[in-house]
Design a protein around this ligand. Structure first.
Ligand SMILES: [Zn+2]
Length: 138
């Protein structure tokens, strides 16, 4: 397993529980930062579609934790949408990446029925490679 910058324990401490969307926010934010090589906290702007209601909205906490873009600073915004999509923009050079979830991942997310299934999917997502989770457009 590749070491992640933010541990599961840190994510749970911030958000309050373990869930797949929280961990997807973590992974997506880390991936976007790696792709753009942008500055965490202030050097980026994050836009998220389709994550207005729980549990999908848990994604937004994972994103705040991994990108450092926060509601307090005003550099993360939610929009309504039928599918989850996020766009991260480097404020220094206006480069952007767009991330969506892979079809198989969406099926797994929609198939979760119990609390324990939700937690084990979250743990699985934490260890899964980026290419199996996200489609990335540069
Ligand atoms: Zn949650």
């Amino acid at each position: 397993m590749r070491n992640r910058k933010i541990t599961l324990t840190e994510a749970i401490k911030f958000h309050g529980h373990l869930g797949p969307y929280l961990i997807l926010g973590l992974r997506a934010g880390e991936l976007a930062l790696k792709e753009l090589k942008c500055r965490k906290y202030f050097g980026l702007r994050v836009k998220v579609w389709g994550a207005s209601l729980r549990p999908k909205s848990c994604l937004v906490d994972g994103l705040q934790l991994s990108t450092g873009a926060t509601y307090g600073k005003g550099n993360i915004t939610k929009f309504n949408g039928s599918i989850i999509k996020l766009v991260v923009k480097d404020r220094d050079n206006s480069k952007k990446v767009t991330l969506t979830f892979k079809e198989d991942l969406v099926k797994e997310l929609n198939g979760v029925k119990t609390h324990s299934e939700s937690e084990s999917l979250a743990r699985m997502i934490y260890r899964t490679s980026n290419s199996k989770l996200f489609t990335i457009r540069r």
